[in-house]
Design a protein around this ligand. Structure first.
Ligand code: PMP
Length: 405
């Protein structure tokens, strides 16, 4: 009997594949009656639909928009990214050849893992870590080693101790700006320390930065822009970013900037993976990213709105739970991290929360080991302040109900 569901005959590497806990949770939270603070989705109501339509109209009739483009990305977009990246690095020139455009920055992670990590090689990640990175490194059959995140980013002193004790990672992956899931930003001192360790021990740093542009209004939060990228301090740093959070995830435009040898290897891997990305969405992204007057105004709106949503969420949590819950004060990005001090297990609370119409991601989803049982990640990006208030009210009811069981 033939069956579409027959699982025999699959390659050995499929046996250890696991689904991302967050992607599974997204299926559960798609119900209309659930307010989801679970997904890492940017706010749909803040996606610039009219500007995207105008960009599509501007490029759709170009012959090169409907054709294959270079594997490394459409040169127009690569040039725009190189100029933006040079600006982000405080004016240090960035050659176009060092920019590779990928199908979202998630594909950059996948291709970089193939290029840089042999099976069984150690790879260092943040603890807690971005789940998409954990998934990529486990598919690459890396040996995952975790270094705790502090309020000033990855604990580079602990990393140094582990390196001194003999750890030799191929790659260290970190989210230095507005961390997913912890919300914190790496200090300049730790950035310099990590870069110096990369030079001394010869590992690659993947500086994964989809959130750096979403720095809340300095007037409101008192927060300055994040320090210069880690890439400013060492040539062993590969910097990833994406149009997903500032324009729209549907474009599937991400990129990385790396030394030319790394770019050349990734280009060959990408030829095998997809020949090239979509010329159409790359040209649309280039059109919007090059329109700096519009982009600056758009980023100002995003920063102000996300900042207001972060404040609404954290103040509602403080009012509802008081000292029973510690909540990080996000300075940018899309996430707040909270930890119960009353012993509440966040995975158990999630069942009751879904019954009461609210969802979040339990902290254990972000750890390679069974940790963060009392923590949770709450995404404030996708809901208006009044919806966030209602979500927290429901969470409070769910917490009281689960405490009674
Ligand atoms: N890195 C981090 C830290 C992320 O949070 C995400 C998306 N949530 C990605 C990479 C991938 O995003 P995309 O593929 O849409 O660029």
């Amino acid at each position: 009997m033939s069956s579409l569901y027959l699982a025999a005959g699959l390659a050995g590497r499929t046996a250890s594949l696991t689904s991302s806990a967050i992607r599974d949770l997204l299926a559960l939270t798609a119900r209309d009656d659930v307010i989801s603070l679970a997904g890492g989705l940017p706010a749909t109501d803040l996606i610039p639909i009219d500007r995207i339509a105008a960009a599509a109209e501007a490029v759709v009739r170009r012959p090169d928009a409907v054709q294959y483009c270079e594997t490394s990305g459409h040169r127009t977009l690569r040039s725009v990214i190189a100029a933006r990246e040079a600006h982000a690095r405080g004016g240090v020139p960035v050659p176009v050849e060092s920019v590779i455009v990928t199908h979202g920055s998630q594909q950059a992670l996948t291709l970089l893992a193939q290029a840089l990590i042999d099976p069984g090689a150690p790879v260092v990640v943040d603890e807690p870590a971005y789940t998409g990175a954990l998934q990529v490194f486990s598919i690459a059959e890396a040996r995952i080693e975790s270094i705790p995140i502090t309020d000033t980013g990855m604990d580079t002193d602990e990393l140094e101790r582990r390196l001194t004790a003999g750890l030799r990672p191929a790659v260290v992956h970190t989210v230095a700006n507005f961390h997913n899931p912890r919300g914190v930003t790496m200090s300049e001192q730790r950035r310099r320390h990590l870069a110096a360790l990369a030079d001394r021990y010869g590992f690659w740093v993947i500086e994964d930065d989809p959130y750096g542009e979403i720095c809340f209004d300095a007037m409101e939060s008192g927060i300055e822009a994040p320090p210069l990228p880690i890439a400013c301090h060492s040539d062993r740093v590969i910097r990833l970013s994406s149009a997903s959070k500032i324009l729209a995830p549907t474009l599937r435009v991400g990129w990385f900037v790396a030394p030319l040898g790394v770019c050349a290897a990734v280009e060959l891997l990408k030829q095998g993976a997809d020949l090239c990305g979509s010329s159409m969405t790359q040209l649309m992204a280039a059109e919007m990213l090059a329109d700096t007057t519009w982009l600056d105004a758009h980023l100002t709106v995003l920063r102000r709105e996300y900042g207001a949503r972060a404040t609404a969420l954290t103040s509602a949590l403080a009012a509802e739970f008081g000292a029973r819950l510690t909540v990080s004060r996000p300075e940018g990005g899309m996430f707040a991290w909270a930890s119960f001090r009353d012993g509440t297990d966040s995975s158990e609370l999630l069942d009751s929360a879904l019954d009461h119409g609210v969802a979040f991601v339990p902290g254990s989803a972000f750890a390679s080991a069974a940790q963060y049982r009392h923590s949770l990640r709450l995404s404030f990006a996708g809901s208006t302040p009044s919806v966030l208030k209602e979500a927290v009210r429901r969470l409070g009811t769910a917490h009281s109900a689960s405490a009674r069981v």
